[in-house]
Design a protein. Structure first.
Length: 180
């Protein structure tokens, strides 16, 4: 009998992912299917589905609480975003002090719950678009099961990630995993 492949956890051991702070997150469509638009002249051109995903990130629904969005980009088959868990504080991540983790209250929601709610809600919206607007169908799932995350450690790290996100569309032709 074939052994089941064990998923290697990539989360930081014993780290509390509901701690206030900034987190870099990448979610990829199932099978890397190109669903949200295309790259033209090194810029992302969102289709209607991409615009819907963009609006969910820009204005998270009320059931995704205690967060502010920083820089993000919707690409043809994935999204990159900086999620700032802030638990009711009024700062924006661009005004964030490096020691915010020491001063902010603990959040009632973890990064995993935030990403899962985003995926669930965006899948529901996308499925509605497939039924009612003729958007491209996808495999059994809209998103790959897992996602990539990185805990933003300081302002230099935050600025480097912002730069990566901003430059992502212009780097699309050089990405070996793009399905271009």
């Amino acid at each position: 009998m074939e052994e089941k492949r064990q998923r290697k956890p990539h989360r930081l051991f014993k780290y509390d992912y509901s701690d206030p702070g900034a987190y870099f997150v990448t979610c990829v469509t199932q099978n890397r299917t190109l669903l949200f638009g295309r790259i033209e002249d090194k810029a992302m051109r969102l289709n209607d589905a991409g615009k819907a995903i963009d609006s969910i990130i820009r204005e998270p629904p009320h059931h995704i609480v205690d967060i502010e969005m920083d820089e993000y980009v919707v690409m043809p088959n994935h999204i990159h975003m900086i999620v700032n868990i802030c638990h009711g504080s009024l700062y924006t991540s661009r005004e964030r002090q490096p020691d915010i983790r020491l001063t902010a209250k603990k959040s009632s929601i973890s990064l995993n719950a935030i990403v899962q709610r985003f995926k669930s809600y965006s899948t529901m919206i996308y499925c509605s678009g497939v039924r009612n607007l003729g958007w491209k169908r996808f495999a059994k799932r809209l998103w790959q099961r897992d996602y990539y995350d990185h805990i933003v450690r300081d302002e230099n790290d935050l600025n480097a990630i912002r730069e990566y996100i901003i430059c992502n569309p212009s780097n699309w032709p050089d990405d070996p995993e793009t399905n271009v």
